[in-house]
Design a binder for this molecule. Structure first.
Ligand code: CP
Length: 312
């Protein structure tokens, strides 16, 4: 069974990017592929882009779509085996996943990290619970650890705007008042490790991502040095991984400005806090690719769904 849970489920990133660009050129070309098939989108957390782009992608392939805001409208789920459910949870993932699977052919799930329990987050209990019990393909619409649909859209966007054989791409941490998950940064790092590029991660000390994900990627603590001669700058906040889920500093010197960006093109997954993460002048400027990134979410989801539909 083909799932899309992480970047590891892509057999050839360049090929998927090319196929996604072909879908973008003619989005309705496989309009009958998903006829008679249903996708269920389950949101345990808020969304704008993921919800609408995944729905649009499914519609482009002729699928029917059911959407449920599980986090606010579903029963509180239990994940532990053998638990005595006399506290807050009302339904076990074993029944819930099997029930959902009777109503659809593919299930897509958004379930963010708690940022309070590192081991539970790493276990991906929601995503893996559905994978274990639903018996149908599962798509990750942002889990505790990764956001592979975003990273695939980012790969499409890079491919469309890159003119060099080996561009310099920088992932730059930014300040934020709230503790945010690591998922977007993790998947961007994993995606960049599949690219031919000079890739640099920059953040203040204490904001190291999971070393099992960054592996041998270059980390430069001096942001100015990291940004030198950059072609693309991907800005994102994340909370501490080591001091799990903590906001260690909100140093405004890390906010992306036009001066820091220089001639590079600016990327961010959105939503973004203006003049905290990035200055207005950058977001509103000609070097910003954020709207194109959001557009490419549709074709990232569409190539994933096309691959999965081909296996049903
Ligand atoms: N980038 C992204 O996943 O956006 P949403 O949270 O709005 O879906």
């Amino acid at each position: 069974m083909q799932h899309y849970l992480s970047l590891q489920d892509i057999d050839s990133l360049p090929q998927w990017v090319d196929e996604a660009k072909s879908l973008k050129a003619a989005p309705q070309q496989y309009k009958t592929l998903g006829a008679g098939k249903t996708i269920c989108l389950l949101f345990f957390n808020n969304s704008l882009r993921t919800r609408l782009s995944t729905q649009k992608a499914a519609m482009n392939l002729g699928m029917d779509v059911i959407v449920m805001n599980f986090g606010s409208e579903g029963w509180a789920l239990e994940y532990a085996d053998g638990s005595i459910m006399d506290q807050g949870t009302s339904e076990h993932i074993k029944e819930a996943a099997q029930v959902v699977a009777q109503y659809c052919d593919v299930v897509a799930i958004r379930a963010f990290a708690t940022l309070t329990d590192k081991e539970q987050d790493k276990a991906e209990v929601v995503l893996n619970g559905f994978k274990k019990y639903a018996g149908i393909p599962v798509i990750n619409m942002e889990s505790s650890v990764g956001h592979p649909l975003q990273a695939l859209a980012d790969a499409i966007t890079l491919s469309e705007h890159n003119t060099k054989k080996r561009p310099k791409v920088v992932l730059s941490w930014a300040p934020h008042p709230k503790a945010l998950p690591h998922a977007v940064a993790n998947s961007f790092v994993e995606m960049m490790q599949l690219q031919e590029a000079d890739f640099v991660i920059t953040h203040p000390k204490g904001y190291e991502l999971d070393p099992a994900i960054t592996k041998s990627s270059t980390i430069e603590y001096n942001q100015d040095r990291a940004l030198e001669d950059a072609d693309f700058v991907y800005v994102k906040n994340w909370s501490s991984y080591e001091d799990y889920g903590k906001v260690l500093n909100q140093d405004k010197n890390w906010t992306m400005t036009a001066k820091k960006l220089g001639k590079a093109q600016f990327m961010h997954c959105l939503p973004v806090r203006r003049n905290v993460v990035v200055a207005d002048e950058v977001l509103d400027g000609v070097r910003s690719l954020v709207i194109q990134q959001a557009n490419n979410r549709t074709y990232a989801a569409q190539i994933v769904l096309k691959k999965i539909l081909g296996t049903l």
